[in-house]
Write a protein that binds this ligand. Sequence first.
Ligand code: PLP
Length: 228
Amino acid sequence: MLKENIELVKGNIKRVANKSGRAYDDITLLGVTKNVEVSKINESTKYGIENIGENRVQELNKKYGSLNDNIKVHMIGHLQRNKVKDIVGKVDLIHSLDRISLAKEIEKRSKKIGVITNTLIQVNTSGEKSKYGISPKDIYELLKEIEKMDYIRVLGLMTIAPHTDNKEVIRNTFKDLRRIMEDIKQDAYKNINMKYLSMGMTNDYEIAIEEGANIIRLGRAIYGERNY
Ligand SMILES: *Cc1c(COP(=O)(O)O)cnc(C)c1O
């Protein structure tokens, strides 16, 4: 199943990338492995999954030591300040930086162990109260704080589309994220290098690619339905 799922997804990414005049190689496929066992995660590397995303620190740490060496781990879920120390130095990219207090903690903990931590700013483009993420108007204040720091880098933006069947609503949230990125690029902020747009999940990744995503986060499309 895993092999077939991944081949299917890769075929779709290629097709949509081609149609949109984009290069397939520019798009990183992140396997979202919450509730997926380690053996299955490791098996998926055989079929080309090199980056995985976990959304809970505890689960990430439980699996971390047993993962194949070539796997890069991303933190994609809401991050509490007191958990930051448990993941700096381990994760390749934190997708869920959404507030100044969290940036300060990442800075502090990264400095302590002498690493630079790469992050994406999670933006609440849909305005839904239940979703985490910084509201677009507050991003600039966060960027100005990060400019003063030494151990944290921002490499782009992440968003989660609203839960809806309305494709235009989903497309508009992705367009918004891209616009915000272009806007930030207008100014040369220190420590900020806007190169990644992390958007698109199982239900909406084709739209995300059309709108410029270069990291897509797929759980069910690769590992099957989750049973909670
Ligand atoms: C679960 C999750 C995904 C993957 O969702 P699927 O619908 O299984 O593809 C992507 N991003 C985040 C932040 C998630 O929590």
